[in-house]
Design a protein around this ligand. Sequence first.
Ligand code: ATP
Ligand code: MG
Length: 219
Amino acid sequence: MRVILSTFNKGGVGKTTLAVHLAGALAEDPFQRVLLVDCVDQYDSVNFMSGDSPEGKLKTLNTKYPNVSVVWNPERESLRKIIGQSQYDSVVLDLNSPAKDTVKAIVNAQPTGVFLPINRQALALGRLKDTLALVAAMAEHTGYIIPVVIVPLGSDIDSVNNALEDCRDSIGSLTVKLSDPIAFDPEHFENSLTNGRFVWEYQGCEYVKPLLQSSLSSI
Ligand SMILES: Nc1ncnc2c1ncn2[C@@H]1O[C@H](COP(=O)(O)OP(=O)(O)OP(=O)(O)O)[C@@H](O)[C@H]1O
Ligand SMILES: [Mg+2]
């Protein structure tokens, strides 16, 4: 089972946007059973996928996509507890802070990859270093090599690259890749989240799906 975290040590940087689209990109393969785990009080990922509020904590809901389920896990229970006897090929977690104990509580399975969104928000880049340091601590704790993919969501790619250069000593043995950038597009991205539609359904944004699929297959 593949376990993907979408996280960042800062609010409003695009974690939910990235989590739902990663789940959608994985679910393009009809044989993939995908579970999106929303670990945030605000349950934006549950809303996006089901078009509704959660019926309660840890209640797995079907979505309009036949191979995607969603579950609200604000207490950050372990994956084993959430999944029970169900079988999934991929699990994507929308997680609002990668604090060490939180991640440990959720990911007692080996995480396949950590995806870090960075949108245009002014303070996002300033928090890259401590986000990477936390992921590095998590990798050290588990003893696994955890690939990290930074996904620029409308942010300036040169600035992201520079910020990444400044982080080299905090990343330990992490492998950090920078994905191709997703363009700044407030209208379609805002509409996507509000309407619960993948952004690649809007004209001009079709490229987002293969871009994320390629990032997923690179880890
Ligand atoms: N490529 C993009 N272009 C423009 N805006 C974008 C892009 N990607 C994401 N955004 C915007 O960034 C904002 C924050 O996104 P999102 O809600 O996914 O962040 P978050 O990290 O989940 O926030 P929170 O901490 O509140 O859960 C949204 O308004 C979204 O539309
Ligand atoms: Mg969110």
